[in-house]
Design a protein around this ligand. Structure first.
Ligand SMILES: *[C@@H]1O[C@H](CO)[C@@H](O)[C@H](O)[C@H]1NC(C)=O
Length: 307
């Protein structure tokens, strides 16, 4: 395993001074001294760094770094302290030995449950509504409760990896020695294509894949859009044919001075050439005069410009 940083034991000493508070009474002041011991394991126990920090009221004032082998002051007071501690060779030998005595020793002890801890992720895909993408929305790959934190998650459309439209959270520690990660696929979804969330993790013998196929709803939506399109086209075509028919009719040999309407007015066209007649004959019948009489009942409600 690569880099295990700061997985060492942490020693915390808290000292609150001042008058012991009576029940319910406010503290007059709080003074806090904190000491932290950190073990940094770089490539197992191959390279180990020991750091000890001394903090007073949230301010680090002196620390020991095994890479340096000395205490170093972080404040003027800390510098005095460092000089004092560094001047004691026996004490310093003991401190420098901490990488072995404390860090490497604890590493071996905790290896079975800490270094070798493996928890495989549970992976699921869900569809989330989105304002940035059209229906049905975005695909979310939830990679939950795995350990250690190192993980690789990829989205595929069919066989092709989609790396450009992927948005991921940081790897989030759950606080119980597991992590989680959410990876969103921010691209329009196409039907007829399978989507795959693929996870690689040290706990898995082989890659874990979850597939998602566009559901029937998406298919139905596409189909209904298609039907709407076809319907619209047919309707448009019918009107076009009708209009063209009327146009031919108007343009034809027919003229009538005795309809009471000016030639070419909509009323006249309507009376002269009902669609059925027009479509049957492909042009206006030559006997349009006679036809006009029969069709006159259609004229009810049509304004008669002669009156
Ligand atoms: C990691 O440590 C091993 C010995 O524990 C060593 O053989 C290997 O070269 C080290 N790898 C790196 C990258 O330092």
């Amino acid at each position: 395993m690569g880099r295990v940083a700061a997985a060492g034991a942490v020693l915390v000493a808290l000292v609150a001074l001042g008058a012991p508070p009576a029940a319910g009474a406010e503290l007059s002041a709080v003074f806090q001294e904190m000491v932290k011991s950190e073990c940094h394991f770089i490539n197992g126990t191959d390279r180990v760094k020991f750091v000890k920090r001394f903090i007073y009221n949230r301010e680090q004032y002196v620390h020991f770094d095994s890479d340096v082998g000395l205490y170093m002051g972080d404040t003027p007071y800390g510098e005095k302290v460092a000089r004092y501690w560094n001047s004691d060779p026996e004490w310093m030998a003991y401190r420098r030995d901490a990488v072995d005595r404390h860090c490497r020793h604890n590493y071996e002890l905790s290896t079975p449950f800490l270094v070798e801890r493996r928890v495989p992720p549970s992976v699921s895909i869900s569809l989330v509504p989105s304002s940035s993408q059209p229906s049905p929305g975005l695909l979310l790959c939830s990679v939950m409760d795995f350990y250690p934190a190192e993980i690789q998650v990829k989205w595929f459309q069919g066989q092709q990896e989609l790396s450009e439209h992927v948005v991921a959270t940081d790897v989030v520690p759950n606080g119980d020695w597991t992590y989680q990660l959410l990876v969103l696929l921010d691209t329009p979804l196409h039907h007829g294509v399978s989507y795959t969330c693929q996870v690689e993790h040290i706990s898995l013998e082989q890659r874990l894949s979850r597939h998602w196929d566009p559901p029937d709803i998406l298919l139905d939506a596409t189909r209904s859009k298609m039907l709407t399109g076809i319907g619209g086209f047919l309707l448009g075509f019918v009107f076009l044919a009708l209009g063209f028919g009327f146009y031919l009719c108007k343009k034809g040999s027919w003229s009538s001075p005795n309809t009471g309407f000016p030639e070419g007015s909509p009323e006249m066209v309507f009376l002269a050439c009902p669609p059925c007649q027009e479509l049957k004959n492909r042009s206006c019948p030559p006997h349009a005069h006679g036809f006009l009489e029969e069709a006159s009942p259609f004229n009810h409600g049509v304004k008669d410009p002669a009156k």
